[in-house]
Design a binder for this molecule. Structure first.
Ligand code: IPM
Ligand code: MN
Length: 362
């Protein structure tokens, strides 16, 4: 197949991890006979430096006309002055909003070989397989903000329609899994959460009676996620709760560097990015963990291009690389660690050994 993929390396370790994922996508193209064209555009801090805008119109236009977007990370100390008018993060938020990507899928599946990297006891982690569905274009991230000398506010709003569409995505995903949804909110305090709970309960009752639904308060969920993570299947929640819970959930997988994500809207196009940030402290050293971005590329193949075998192939190959202890520093527990490029190479070698192709092209 032919596909146009926009690559947004961004800041910090973004260029290093996207380069690693690109080498994996190019291997997929060669081995399965696909034609992927890649075009790079600026987003985040580098776009502020070059164009004075964290999301230049040309970048958004390219993303909108592409089949899929692969993104690294945005942000860094250079652009973190609290008084500055534009921030790199605004570019990412504007991209999500501009493309209408309201459902952010963040799978959490601890790999057996990485269990030692997790601060959680290994017996709690085996068999954990969670899909967090984070609402991505509403809530407190996008409400009106005010600031005076001695006060500030961030408005949190949700409409029924915004809740319905993301909750439907979560229920549909649950039907392909263990048919169990936990909706996370703060309905004992927040009005938006009470609306969230009402709408979710109605959608569950009217449209997905076959899926088990539970409502859990976010503070309790923060605890349950570490105490008995194996119980959970699909977790659906609003924008900021999802942001926080998935950083927490990444510790189940052993490293923030292992969690991919897919941001989807109504169409097939999507933005695929690791859930981690730009990690300025290790940027440019060639030691960042590329697996989250490589796994995001697998999600890209599955959700935007419908290339299921190819996506499975990448995921199995990352498993294989981890089994062979191809660990970057974050996973190595002070033991032997390998570079970003070597980790990508380990995945590519697994692909060459294990991914069946009828007609090999390389
Ligand atoms: C994420 C990031 C972003 C977010 C930041 C960089 C704006 O933390 O994708 O989780 O908060 O959504
Ligand atoms: Mn985050």
């Amino acid at each position: 197949m032919q596909a146009e993929i926009v690559v947004l390396p961004g800041d910090g370790i973004g260029p290093e991890v996207t380069a690693a994922a690109l080498s994996v996508l190019k291997t997929v193209a060669r081995r399965y006979g696909h034609q992927f064209t890649f075009s790079e555009h600026d987003i985040g801090g580098i776009a502020i430096d070059k164009h004075g805008d964290p999301l230049p119109a040309s970048t958004l236009a390219a993303c909108k006309s592409a089949d899929a977007v692969l993104l690294g990370a945005v942000g860094g100390p250079k652009w973190s002055d609290p008084n500055s008018k534009v921030r790199p993060e605004q570019g990412l938020l504007a991209l999500r909003k501009g493309m209408g990507l309201y459902a952010n899928l963040r799978p959490v599946r601890p790999h057996p070989a990485a269990l030692n990297a997790s601060p959680i006891k290994p017996h709690l982690l085996t068999g954990v397989d969670i899909m967090v569905v984070r609402e991505l274009t509403g809530g407190i991230y996008f409400g009106e903000k005010t600031r005076t000398a001695d006060s500030a506010s961030d408005l949190c709003t949700y409409s029924t329609a915004e809740i319905e569409r993301v909750v439907r995505s979560a229920f549909k995903l649950a039907r392909q899994r263990r048919s169990y949804v936990v909706s996370v909110d703060k309905a004992n305090v927040l009005e938006t959460s009470r609306l969230w709970r009402d709408v979710t309960a109605r959608i569950g009752r009217d449209e997905f009676p076959d899926v088990k639904l539970e409502h859990v308060l976010v503070d309790a969920m923060a605890m349950h996620l570490l105490a008995h993570p194996r119980e959970y299947d699909v977790i659906v929640t609003e924008n900021m709760f999802g942001d926080i819970l998935t950083d927490e959930a990444s510790m189940l997988a052993g490293s923030l560097g292992l969690l991919p994500s897919a941001s989807l809207g109504d169409g097939k196009a999507g933005v695929y990015e690791p859930i981690h940030g730009s990690a300025p402290d290790i940027a440019g050293k060639g030691i960042a963990n590329p697996y989250a971005t490589i796994l995001s590329a697998a999600m890209l193949l599955r959700h935007s291009l419908g290339l299921f075998d190819e996506a499975d192939c990448i995921e199995r190959s990352v498993d294989g690389a981890l089994n062979s202890h191809a660990f970057t520093a974050d996973l190595a527990n002070n033991g032997r660690s390998i570079s970003t490029a070597a980790a990508a190479q380990a995945v590519i070698e697994q692909m060459q050994a294990n991914c069946y192709v009828a007609e090999l092209r390389d």
